[in-house]
Design a protein around this ligand. Structure first.
Ligand SMILES: *Cc1c(COP(=O)(O)O)cnc(C)c1O
Length: 237
């Protein structure tokens, strides 16, 4: 497996999908989902051209930070976050993609206030209404965005989704289009002078072309860069 080749292949796929959709490829960020990777693997990825790392687990992020593994790249948090762990994440990452409930939103804002900073966040939207996944139901997104506007500790940068794994090309396109429309709707209805809602975090290894076609500005790719991961262990954080 050649990391540089994989990055080039995914980047070419993004660029082609963007051009086909009449979009500027430069508007789409390739984020490397680094879960289960070692600090050395992360360093190698950054040396090979990865510019944004997305971490899933608080524990892994904390350990890699202590190792200086992310040096040279930007760091985002993309995984499930419990309210009692926000202190390990707020202020440590440029963007939290996965603010999935009002309780978590309030905890992130409170921690940011405590640190005297403004944390950039995305609202995670559970588009398909999947029981097994977290995220705001689409019809609660607008009120969550309005809440962000009232809180000094967070700046809403956009929306994120994790649709069901796609089994064929095109399958998740309607979900991605729905997230795009939801972002447009929120932008039109909410006035927040600290809001800069320009991020749509959607698309993974199996469906990023469809996500780019629908307007994604950040695709989160793991296995297409690093190869298959070992089976998922039970979620600890
Ligand atoms: C693991 C993960 C990804 C990347 O998944 P791949 O299918 O390996 O590309 C993207 N987003 C989130 C939130 C993830 O947990």
């Amino acid at each position: 497996m050649d990391l540089r080749e994989n990055i080039a292949r995914v980047r070419a796929g993004i660029d082609a999908a963007a051009i086909a959709a009449g979009r500027d490829p430069a508007c789409v960020t390739l984020l490397a989902a680094t879960k289960t990777q070692t600090s050395d693997a992360i360093r190698a990825a950054i040396a090979a051209g990865v510019t944004v790392c997305g971490e899933n687990r608080v524990q892994e992020l904390t350990a890699h930070l202590a190792d200086n593994a992310y040096e040279g790249a930007r760091l985002h948090f993309i995984g499930h976050l419990q309210t009692n762990k926000v202190k390990y994440i707020v202020g440590k990452v440029e963007l939290i993609h996965s603010v999935s409930s009002e309780k978590l939103l309030r905890a992130v804002a409170a921690q940011a206030d405590k640190l005297g900073i403004v944390q950039d966040v995305l609202l995670e939207i559970n588009l398909a209404g999947e029981e097994s996944k977290s995220g705001f139901p689409p019809d609660e997104a607008l009120s969550a965005a309005a809440l962000c506007a009232q809180m000094s500790g967070v700046r809403l940068r956009g929306l994120m989704c994790i649709p069901p794994a796609a089994s064929h090309p095109g399958e998740n396109l309607p979900h991605f289009q729905n997230l795009s429309r939801l972002a447009v709707d929120i932008r039109q209805k909410i006035v927040d002078n600290k809001m800069d809602m320009d991020v749509l975090s959607m698309g993974m290894s199996g469906d990023y072309r469809d996500a780019v076609a629908a307007g994604s500005t950040c695709i989160r790719v793991g296995s297409a860069l690093f190869g298959p991961r070992p089976p998922v262990s039970p979620r600890k954080d």
